[in-house]
Design a protein around this ligand. Sequence first.
Ligand code: NAD
Length: 268
Amino acid sequence: MTRVAIVGVAGRMGRTLVNAVEQEAGATLAGGIVEPGSSLTGADIGELAGVGKRGVKAVDSLEAIVDDFDVLIDFTAPQVTLANLAFCAKHGKRIVIGTTGMNDDQLAQLDSYRDDVGMVFAPNMSVGVNLTLKLLETAAKALGDEGYDIEVIESHHRHKVDSPSGTAIKMGEVVAKSLDRTLKEHGVFERVGQCGPRTDKEIGFATVRAGDIVGEHTVMFATEGERIEITHKASSRMTFAKGAVRAARWVAGKESGRYDMQDVLALK
Ligand code: NAD
């Protein structure tokens, strides 16, 4: 039985993760962490998530539950996640990281822990998105150098703070890698005013932020005469939460290393 603690347990994903752990026979709820000083400290995390009292109280520091859990699931914010990663490395815990929006420095910091802790880090934990990444690789190899323009379009709810989404960037990276391109050189993240026609090799990104959209991603391959669109639509956060719990169970038995959902789902 994998003992799972959830950091950011009062957040949108945190509450969904409590539900997902509840539904997973091989995992048990071992703790929930809220922001330091939060008025929710001491609240029953089952009640917070709407599944009823579970006898597990929210705490506002990891130290308070250090002996209680095996794997931490973290869907919070970059700085918070990096501090938790250091804690897990120090205390021999595993960690599943869903937090997006890390800059290059933060990604380098995260990577520096790869020999010290077992971590699964993925901008999107859904099985469907991870299969979509495979489909994109195939499509990009067949079409990308044959005159097809590639654009990534994503839509999310109005509260999302980073853009483009981590998933959109990952999709762009998969496509770019399949075509020996890089997003640093070929990614176009903004088109405003007289920006001129697109170049052949650029990979464009467009972002929609509106209402309660859980997450939609389309990669378009367009040429004269036809257009192929590969789309994934998430209709509930449960898809990410279930993937994260699956990753927690998987990484519980792994050595130190940086893994992603392709590893968890054996798609490599
Ligand atoms: P949210 O704002 O609803 O939740 C974040 C929670 O973290 C908040 O409750 C906040 O109080 C808490 N928090 C902040 N600092 C903390 C600290 N020091 N200790 C404990 N808790 C702290 O956001 P959300 O919609 O749940 O998304 C969270 C992150 O997960 C974002 O980066 C989002 O992009 C990402 N996300 C990833 C996936 C995926 O599949 N990988 C899916 C959905 C969302």
